[in-house]
Design a binder for this molecule. Structure first.
Ligand code: SF4
Length: 193
């Protein structure tokens, strides 16, 4: 059985996906399913403020414990580094055109590094259950890292299950946030990218 490392942005986005992985497996591009040995990986170093980061991290740990999911927490928090790099690297004629593009890149790069060191076959992310995320950019970044690390990136569009996943999370009384995560999305007080 192949090993999947699933980047998990937060527990609520993982609930539906975890259930599907357990019940059916990982969806292939032709719509069939592959049974995989999956591990969830938490690495989201730019959630603001720190207390919110701790809440989301703890919700992830509790959910994995409840569902007996193998998991890894990369417990690194660095708001300053993120903000400094958004200023320096994001904008016209810079390495990244969008703040979220840079954000996806730093998170997924860390996941690929871990996957490489620990012999995983596939990397994916729960970000793609959210209709608020930029799927084209996530796919582009994932494919770039796939070539760099020689590990498959699997893009699955889970958005049609977003509401169902939120309902499942509420039923389990999982902590649910009101904004994406970084200081910019928090400042706007709504889901903005
Ligand atoms: S809005 Fe979300 S995806 Fe975009 S930079 Fe902020 S935390 Fe990252």
């Amino acid at each position: 059985m192949r090993k999947l490392l699933m980047h998990t942005c937060c527990a609520p986005c993982f609930v539906y996906i975890e259930n599907e992985l357990k019940e059916k497996g990982l969806m292939n591009y032709n719509g069939t399913y592959e049974t995989v040995d999956y591990t969830a990986y938490f690495y989201n170093p730019n959630i603001h403020p720190k207390v919110e980061y701790e809440r989301r991290k703890n919700a992830f740990i509790e959910f994995c414990k409840l569902k007996e999911v193998k998991n890894v927490v990369k417990d690194e928090y660095d708001l300053n580094y993120f903000v400094k790099n958004v200023v320096e690297q994001v904008g016209e004629n810079k390495k990244f055109q969008l703040r979220c593009e840079y954000c996806y890149y730093i998170r997924l790069k860390k996941v690929f590094e871990y996957a490489k060191e620990n012999d995983f076959d596939i990397v994916s992310t729960t970000l793609t259950i959210s209709p608020y995320q930029n799927h084209d950019v996530i796919k582009k970044i994932g494919e770039k890292l796939q070539s760099e690390y020689g590990i498959e990136f699997r893009y699955v569009d889970y958005t049609s299950h977003f509401r169902e996943g939120q309902k499942m999370a509420r039923e389990l009384s999982i902590y649910m946030q009101k904004y994406c995560g970084c200081i910019f999305s928090m400042d706007a007080g709504k889901w903005v990218y």
